[in-house]
Structures are given as structure tokens and as C-alpha cells.
Design a protein. Sequence first.
Length: 424
Amino acid sequence: MNKRTFIKLFAAMIASPVISPLFAWAQSNKLKNWAGNLEYGTDRLYSANSLEQVRDYVKKQSKLKVLGTRHCFNNIADSTHNILSLKSMDEGGALDPEAHTVTVTAGITYGQLCPYLHTRGFALHNLASLPHISIAGACSTATHGSGEKNGNLATAVSALEIVTAAGEVVKLSRQIDGEAFRGAVVGLGALGVITKITLDVQPTFMMRQYVYENLPLSEMRDHFDAIESIEEGQAFEATSEFFGAKRAIRNLHPIAELSAENCTEQMGVPGPWYERLPHFRMGFTPSAGKELQSEYFVPRRHAVEAILAVERLHDQISPHLMISEIRAIAADNLWLSPCYEQPCVTIHFTWKQDWPAVRKLMPGIEKELAPFNARPHWGKLFTTSPADLKSIYKKIPEFVQLSKKYDPQGKFRNEFLNTNIFSS
Ligand SMILES: Cc1cc2nc3c(=O)[nH]c(=O)nc-3n(C[C@H](O)[C@H](O)[C@H](O)COP(=O)(O)OP(=O)(O)OC[C@H]3O[C@@H](n4cnc5c(N)ncnc54)[C@H](O)[C@@H]3O)c2cc1C
């Protein structure tokens, strides 16, 4: 691996009840996603302030999409008709210390929620590489963090409040609704508008983060299990060398050329969980900004073979790559989760923003990963065919049925969903 290998051990805009362009996000009057690689198909954006406003708006529209914090790289959140933002509905949590849960309105980001939890003695089980993303958007696409024993972020969801296509309010909970709940959590925005989410919380904790550089590929091949996980009950001893990788002597950005100022504290300095689990700090630009991302989930047991399969494309991939990440995620039972009933390892690519070149590379990567039934990340770029998606995401037919129950006419469907989920 000649890229540095990172081993992570562990104003809202003024709410307006009228349809308006999204002033804060639009550049040259065009509404774009965070990375700027996608211009949304409409700037008809409505910002809702309350559950009642969401219900009224949904009843009036024949087609719409809810937008979170716009961090997806593909057109999953796009609409050519109407976009609904809940950004103003970002009230902090209603913490239930007895039940170990927190309930939030769906416009809130992890960055807003985490300090609130920590000061009250609680934590979430895991976070993604950045806290800037909305909880509803992240859970809807099965966004994940790192750690063999950590399910993706959606696994912390214990209840949802959803406004359906008819404007009705439906409540689903892990305890009461069984399979319907497990189908709805990673919902790709297809079932309706999530207006409230309840998450499991646990006692707050402190963490240290160490970065090691230049892990030899042969060490990864021969010792992947030992590198990815730590024996139960053992503390990590931050020796200066770890399977041939050298402990960094200063904070580093995953993309070597960029300033580590944007990154969470490293070098073993202890700090609260939410300032160590993500790679990037709230209030600073995460990653590079002008970039593309794609990511594939392979079953944990095939991790080494899959990494070596991608490595065969090294010479084609390298000129276009900024950084790659390999992370482990526990299995879950959420229908459209890439970790549905299988623990996974993800192979992630942060690309230079050259879509024609990346577009050309993807089928080769997907071909190398096909023997492992690699599942693409819902929020990132992929070229996997709808037929292949159906064979690797086994619960798509049940998900289609569940979506039709809450949205019979396809009010919340867009091109992404029609192509990848609802095509026969
Ligand atoms: C720099 C960067 C780093 C990233 N790091 C990670 C990472 O570590 N791990 C990982 O897995 N992913 C990562 N991602 C991907 C990111 O987590 C996902 O794209 C996630 O969906 C972003 O949430 P969002 O609110 O911005 O989603 P959006 O793009 O706004 O929306 C995503 C989907 O959620 C739906 N949605 C949003 N809000 C609602 C709602 N209230 N009700 C119903 N549906 C809703 C939308 O309709 C859409 O279908 C990263 C992305 C970036 C840009």
C-alpha cells in the first residue's frame, strides 16, 4: 500500500413557509450537493418549521424529496419537482436517561447532538468520519463508522416518526413493529418524511486516537484480523511500530497534502468520544471538499481477498485516488443495510473530482469485487446494475412492498429510486 494507511482504533436558514431558493446552499442560484459534483434538478425548496408544516406541504405536493445536509455524492436526494428541508427542525434531544434513549427532530446533525449528550453523561455508540451530517439522512443511507463490534449508525435507531405520502403521521418502533421497523430505518427517503428519530445512548466515554503510517501490504495480508480488532478486554498499547507501520509523530490529515487542523486530535491525547470517533472536526471542512467518493461493503471473511483484488488495479486507480479507507462494521438486521446479516469490511475511495475518469474505473473495481457480492454504499457513486443490486440486496422486494404501503403513488420516488429500487 503506497498510500498512507490509517488505522483508527477506535442559522439554519430562516425558515420560510413559502417555496424559495435555498439561499445558504445555492451558488449562482443553483442548489448543489456538498461536494458540488451534483446540481439538483430543482431549486424549488421549502423549509418546514414544524410537523404541521411538513404534513400540509406533503399533502399539497404530488412529487418531492427530503434533503438532509446534502452529503451524498449521487442523486439519491435529488428531485426535479420539489425539495423539502427540515434544517430548521433541529431541536436538541429529549433525553430519557432511564430508557437510555434520546429523541430528536429530524433536521439535527450529529455535530449538534453530540455535545448535548456528552454534557449529560451520555454518548452514541459510533460516528461517521464527519459530524456535519444530518442524523435522518445518515441513517436513511446506512452511514457507518468503524469497529468490528459497531453496527452502522442506523442500528442505534429505536423509533421513527414518519409523515407518509397522505400526510399521516406513523410511528414505528423496534420494540413494537418488528420487520416493518427493520425495513423502514434504512429507508433511502422512499417511505416518507422522517420528522423524529429516537436513538439508543450509552454512558459517555473518553477515547484516544493514534495514527500509524505505511502499513506493508504483506502485513495486512498475513495479519488482517489482528490489525483490525483488539482482543476483548485488552487496551491498545501504542507501540512505535505496529505490524511494520510507524506511529505518526504529529497530527495528520488522511489526505497527506491537507492541513491536520481540520482533523480530530490524534497522538493519543484523550478526549470525549465525539471529538475522536470522526476523522474531521465540526466547524472545519471535512475531507477535501472538491472530491468524489465510492465505497463497497464486502463480507468480513473475504476482506483480505477483496482488498488484494482491488490492489490488482493499483496502476489504474492510483492516479485518480486521494485516499482509501478500510473499515469494519458489525452485522445488523436492517433490510437495506449493506451489513444486513453479515459483518462487513468496507473498501472506500476518495477520488479526485473527475467523474468521466472515475466513471470508467468503477466497472473494473466492481468486477473485481463481484465474487464477494460487494454491496455499494447508497450515498456514494457506483455503477452496479439494478439487477445486480437486487441479487445482493435480498430484501429489495419486501422494501418495495413496504414503501408502497406508505407511498402508493410514488410521491417520494426520484430517478435514483426508480432505477435502483423500483425498476422491475
Ligand atoms: C466528507 C464526507 C465524509 C463521509 N463519511 C462517511 C462515513 O464515514 N461513513 C459513511 O457511511 N458515509 C460517509 N459519507 C456519506 C454520508 O454519510 C451519507 O451520504 C449521508 O447520507 C449524508 O447525510 P445527509 O443528511 O447529508 O444526506 P442527504 O444527501 O441530504 O440525503 C440522503 C438521503 O436521505 C434522505 N433523507 C434525508 N433526510 C430525510 C428525512 N428527514 N426523512 C426522510 N428521508 C430523508 C434523502 O431523501 C436521501 O435519500 C460521507 C460523505 C462526505 C461528503
